[in-house]
Design a binder for this molecule. Structure first.
Ligand SMILES: [Zn+2]
Length: 262
């Protein structure tokens, strides 16, 4: 069986991720469809014209980028997909070097590579970026306006902002709103600590810790979807309690206190 036709139709602007695993290259290569015969269900690979696809960790003209679950592209100003000098090739030319013929039943079987048409964000994160987010490296993301920060609206605090690349912009934007609320609650914890009745302060603490819990629960939802390690939510809540309510250090060299503060 030769792979001379694609398994489904493609159109201009589609992304094709090719996995040439069997020839010793274990990183997938990206191609962008420049032309495909219209209304062809299984287009011939020698009729599909492609160019190389490029990824950027943040939105950038002419590049693809990861927006959590989805994979997006930023067109050039004049709305064209690619520069005119882009090297074009047919998909057949792309596939050919990866094909390893084996002979049986008088038929040439091509194996040694596979491909994915319009991969989802999770596939790109795990296959193309080998499971490591190119923006936050699977750690917390510290928005920094001096460095490659195309999302000034996400710059609420310097800490722990959900990453717009691996968790997606929608998650990051919501997270920025919650961080704003948290900042306000932190300020109130400081100013109202000795000014209000104990029960009022306890309510404030509960509101604060609830929001901390909600924030990490939402992040975990996106992390699960993206196949990323999840937060230990109780640990995050405990650390926030230590630092902002009990005004202690966040880490565990201190003696544990059971059932405190609730
Ligand atoms: Zn990330």
């Amino acid at each position: 069986m030769m792979i001379d036709r694609l398994k489904c139709s493609v159109e201009e602007g589609d992304l094709i991720m090719v996995f040439p695993a069997a020839i010793g290259i274990d990183a997938p290569v990206l191609y962008v469809v420049e032309y495909s015969p219209p209304e062809t269900r299984y287009p011939r690979t020698d009729e599909v014209i492609v160019s190389y696809g490029r990824f950027s960790r943040t939105p950038r003209e002419g590049f693809w980028y990861l927006d959590g679950p989805s994979v997006e592209y930023v067109p050039y100003d004049d709305d064209t997909m690619h520069p005119k000098d882009e090297e074009l090739m047919t998909l057949k030319e792309v596939f050919e070097p990866f094909q390893i013929p084996s002979f049986g039943d008088n038929e040439t079987i091509y194996t040694g590579f596979s491909y994915d048409i319009n991969p989802i964000g999770r596939s790109v994160l795990h296959s193309y970026f080998r499971g490591v987010c190119p923006l936050c490296h699977n750690d917390v993301w510290y928005p920094d306006l001096n460095y490659d920060q195309p999302y000034p609206e996400l710059f609420v605090t310097e800490i722990d902002q959900a990453c717009p690349c691996c968790l997606g912009y929608e998650c990051a934007r919501n997270d920025a709103n919650m961080l704003e609320e948290l900042e306000e609650l932190k300020n109130r914890l400081n100013t109202e600590r000795h000014e209000v009745e104990q029960w009022e302060f306890d309510e404030l603490v509960a509101e604060f810790l609830d929001l901390v819990q909600t924030r990490y629960t939402i992040q975990n939802y996106y992390k699960a979807f993206m196949g990323l390690d999840m937060w230990d939510i109780q640990d995050r809540v405990d650390r926030h309690r230590r630092v902002y309510v009990e005004r202690r250090r966040p880490f565990s060299e201190e003696p544990e206190e059971q059932g405190d503060g609730s």
